[in-house]
Ligand binder design. Sequence first.
Ligand code: GLN
Length: 456
Amino acid sequence: RAHLDRIAAVEPSVNSYLHVSEQAIATAEAIDARRAAGEQLPTLAGVPVAIKDVLCTVDMPSTAGSRILEGWIPPYDATPVRKLRENGLVPLGKTNMDEFAMGSSTEYSAYGPTRNPWDLERIPGGSGGGSAAAVAAFEAPLALGSDTGGSIRQPAAVTGSVGVKPTYGGVSRYGAIALASSLDQVGPVTRTVLDAALLHDVIGGHDPRDSTSLADTWPSFEQAARRGAQEGSLKGLKVGVVKELAGGEGFQPGVLARFRESLELLEQNGAEIVEVAAPNFEYAISAYYLILPAEASSNLAKFDSVRFGLRVTPQGGGTVEQVMAATREQGFGPEVKRRIILGTYALSAGYYDAYYGSAQKVRTLIQQDFSAAFQKVDVLVSPSAPTTAFKFGEKTDDPLSMYLNDLTTIPANLAGVPGISLPAGLADEDGLPVGIQFMAPARADERLYHVGAALE
Ligand code: GLN
């Protein structure tokens, strides 16, 4: 009830939610009744949670921020959502996002932008700005996001929250409306590292319905966070500063100042800091913005006016092709169209090897940079984003400048490794939150919770 009251009070200015659940109170009361009857319930039973609108929910519309899915209610729950329910968490509603998770500011949502609770004139990050703003504005204690190129970590950074992109395959993608299937991962957005660990424990694990889901058994991330918090010390931990992700053009001085301070804090806690080179990271954005549109153009082909959501019939009727064209013309926003065109071009006969093929080779080189770095260090560190929250409209006229904001987050997705963004204080020049990012080898998500909780 407190969260629903808070939502009612701040939503007119923040706009984190696309839909608020009508069943939250009934669900919470049912959990209370089970507890009162003496049932042993899972740790997070009864805790409310916000869900990014990219995840399918049987009881709420799931639009992925797009007009083309307006009002669509899926016939099944995404696996992470099903696990929330099985563990007794209480879905509060669906959060706003850039259309089909394309963007870094939530300005590309078809339903209006979310505002950053720290400064309502600024973006909350993206694509999962709704989840991060909901957590930062105390409209939800926990939220789920999805991270294809930073959409959990960058919104967490610019709202002073914690965000985790798990190892690729660590959390099921079943029922997550696909952006780029080889990059997408669902993960937690929270206010503390322990909260993120608890939520990750709930949503993670093998799912036979996702062919890329890892069959691993995972350690308890809650225990990793608790151990980290208890020990406090990072003695023996080797931390690599990625030269390519920690300075140069586009980095705000206040972000770099907080970053350097965080490195000092790490050293004071006993960690050893070394500089590592990742020479191919320079090409990460170029490779990502070919691979992502290629996969997205294929994934979005299913929105054909027949199977889902919107159907626009031209005046006087039309052929199947004309209905499809009119629906996609009106149903998709400008950034989605831009990426469909880019992706279709990059995949077309005669260009495939030059664009998509080269990008895949660069992706392999980036993975090799990570492997070489992890021979020398336990975790890598960088700022989570090059800047603090920017003002609305600052980057929408220039898509490239929006893409460049993803510089620090994209390499982890290309390599499938896990990453966490932690609050690192406020930038001097604007008083806005700065995030610091840690990355670990694939399957070593546990390390991120240990380090994060030790620093908190
Ligand atoms: N900013 C990235 C993009 O626009 C983030 C995508 C994501 O992680 N969903 O592609």
